[in-house]
Every structure is written in structure tokens, then in C-alpha cells.
Design a protein around this ligand. Structure first.
Ligand SMILES: [Fe+2]
Length: 361
């Protein structure tokens, strides 16, 4: 089975996304529509997991998403496959070539008491300065967080596939997990409404909690940055209802007391989590034991921000595209390790070290 074919090929290679509830969603893209599945062997048993919805194998789309239990993939190898499907009739289908990826070794969760988390936000589609800053880490991170505004809008499908999925692969190679936090710009445009379904969360929204070795994390969707009736949204958003639902979900969560959790963080594109469409998320985040909220959005780098100063957790702004000065882009890696502090190491697009600081959490 070929990796690509002159007719049918992978246009974005697979990334492995956190989606909550002990699952990953493996997501990739082909140039034409077709089916998708992931194969691996776990505890001696061979698995073939399909991209299916309600029992039907999805064949009408170029984006393929397969939900796999985390324990099956951690420290394992996997392959992903797609078959071209021209059309599925009532009682037959016209199908073509099948393509398969090589075997990919997936690192999964760190086993020890330390994890390195690279957090990137506000790329706004401009990859080179971000890539230059990320180069400084030489691939030394266990988890990638795309913390929103990776694209400046999601008008077309390709805004999502080329930027969000494409950049996820560039910085993860499908070998480490990725957590995607939606930014306010990624709520904009015609295809934006299609995006949440690809991540296969149980909540149906782009919000969930996940475990990554010693780290417990909440991924929050802060939605739009202006009220629903703002002229820019043409009366075609309802973030009030969506964020109210997310708040209900967040308020219903209990603190995870599972063995091995040493650190508790939340990722939210916008830092003002105390004011989301009239909802204050701070009490719920405190109840979860959150130590640090890591945000972007402001196009600044602030390890000691004033956001949520009344809360028991700290809020940091990890950089991204920087509006002031000549930094261009700042990429920050957070190292969670014993000692009561998180190490923030940051580089700019010119590969200057911007910070190497222990922040108390
Ligand atoms: Fe933003």
C-alpha cells in the first residue's frame, strides 16, 4: 500500500490530539474525499479503528478523525490509512486506491514526575517567525499546546487544514500529543462551525480536561472577544449559549485526585477567564486545584500578568506574535517538575533567549 499516489495522497499528515475522557483523536487530511482508519497492535491484539459516525464509515470528507484510547497509543506505534471513495450509493460504492502512512512511533505521556510543555499561540498563519523560535527547543518537549489564533479566521476548510492541522504536524510530527485551544479568530468564518466535531470531544465543544503524565490540564474555549450582537458577527454567533453551556460543564467537574497528578494547569486563549460572557470561571478552576492558567491573545509576553489577580492561581501570557518591540514572535516552553515552581524558557524569532525563569505556582 503506497504512502502516496499521484492521484490520491495525504495533504496533511496525522497529528494526535488530546480530546478528553482518556482518548486521543488522530486527525489527517487527504486531497480527495474518502474513508480513514488507524491500525496498531496493543497487548498482542491487532486493532483497526475506523473514522465512523453513528456506525457509518465517513467517506464524504477530506478530513479524517479517529478516536483511540490513550492507553492503546502511548509508547506504541501506529499507522493511518485512507481509501478514495468517489461515491457511496444506497447499495454499492465506487472506491479507489488505498494509501497508508509509514509506522509512526508515538511517545505518549511521560512516565516520571516532569513534563515539558511547548505552548504556541497567535501564530496568525505566519509560520516562519514561529518556526525560528521553536527551533531553539530542538524538539525537546513532551506536549504541544496550540493555544489559539493559529489562523486569523476559519473562512475556508483550508484555513483549518493548512494552519491548525498543518502546524500541529510541523511541531509534533504525530509523535507527541497536541492540545488545541480555540482562539477568538478561529471562531470566525464559514467553516468555523464545522471545526469542533473533528476533535471528537464528549462535550461536543472545544473544551475538555486531560491527563498528561504528572499534569492534569483543562482546555477551555474562551469563545469570541466581543458580544454576540457586535456588527462583525452579522448576527450569526451565539457564544452566550455556548459559553453558558461550557460554564455548566466546568462547574460540574470534580477535582481529579488520581494517583500521580503533581501539577494542575488550564489553557485558555483569552486570559480573562473571570469574565466570559458574564461567567466567572475562577471558582470552578480553583475547585479543580488549578495552579496556573496559560493564555495568549494579548500579543505580549507576561510571566507575571495582572489577570485574575483575585484568584488562587497565577495567569501567564506565553507570547506568540508580539505587537510591541522587535521580538516578532515568542515561543515559551513550560517545564513542570518537583519544587513548587514551573520553569518558563522562551525564545524569540531571532533565537534570543527572552526568559528562563522559575515561576512559583
Ligand atoms: Fe486572540
Amino acid at each position: 500500500m503506497p504512502f502516496s499516489n499521484c492521484f490520491f495522497r495525504f495533504t496533511e499528515k496525522a497529528s494526535v490530539f488530546e480530546c478528553g475522557d482518556g482518548f486521543y483523536s488522530v486527525i489527517w487530511v487527504t486531497n480527495f474525499r474518502g474513508s480513514g482508519w488507524v491500525t496498531y497492535t496493543f497487548e498482542g491484539k491487532e486493532y483497526k479503528v475506523n473514522d465512523q459516525r453513528g456506525g457509518n464509515i465517513r467517506s464524504n470528507d477530506t478530513i479524517h478523525s479517529v478516536r483511540v484510547p490513550k492507553e492503546h497509543l502511548n509508547g506504541n506505534t501506529y499507522r493511518y490509512h485512507s481509501q478514495y471513495v468517489a461515491f457511496k450509493f444506497g447499495y454499492s460504492a465506487i472506491k479507489g486506491v488505498t494509501i497508508s502512512s509509514p509506522e509512526i512511533k508515538f511517545k505518549g505521556e511521560p512516565a516520571g514526575d516532569k513534563t515539558d510543555v511547548l505552548v504556541l499561540s497567535d501564530i496568525h498563519g505566519d509560520l516562519p517567525p514561529c518556526e525560528s523560535a521553536v527551533d531553539c527547543f530542538k524538539g525537546d518537549y513532551d506536549l504541544l499546546v496550540l493555544n489559539g489564533d493559529i489562523s486569523s479566521s476559519i473562512v475556508f476548510k483550508k484555513d483549518f487544514t493548512d494552519k491548525v492541522l498543518g502546524f500541529a504536524y510541523i511541531f509534533s510530527k504525530g509523535e507527541i500529543p497536541v492540545a488545541y485551544t480555540r482562539g477568538n479568530h478561529e471562531t470566525r468564518g464559514s467553516f468555523a462551525s464545522e471545526v469542533p466535531a473533528y476533535f471528537g470531544t464528549k462535550t461536543g465543544g472545544l473544551y475538555f480536561t486531560f491527563r498528561h503524565g504528572p499534569l492534569f490540564a483543562a482546555v477551555l474555549d474562551t469563545g469570541e472577544d466581543k458580544p454576540d450582537d457586535h456588527i462583525e458577527y452579522s448576527g450569526l454567533v451565539d457564544y452566550q449559549a455556548y459559553i453558558d453551556g461550557e460554564t455548566q460543564w466546568l462547574n460540574g467537574l470534580r477535582k481529579d485526585e488520581s494517583d500521580g497528578i503533581l501539577y494542575r494547569a488550564a489553557f485558555a486563549h483569552m486570559p480573562d477567564v473571570n469574565s466570559r460572557f458574564g461567567n466567572n470561571w475562577n471558582p470552578a478552576l480553583e475547585k479543580l486545584g488549578t495552579q496556573v492558567v496559560i493564555s495568549g491573545h494579548t500579543h505580549s509576553f507576561e510571566l507575571h500578568s495582572k489577570y485574575n489577580s483575585e484568584a488562587k492561581f497565577i495567569t501567564v501570557i506565553e507570547g506568540g506574535k508580539i505587537s510591541k518591540g522587535d521580538f516578532g514572535f515568542i515561543a515559551c516552553r513550560f517545564t513542570f517538575a518537583p519544587g513548587g515552581a514551573v520553569r518558563a524558557l522562551a525564545y524569540d524569532k531571532d533565537k534570543n533567549k527572552v526568559a528562563d525563569e522559575m515561576i512559583e505556582i
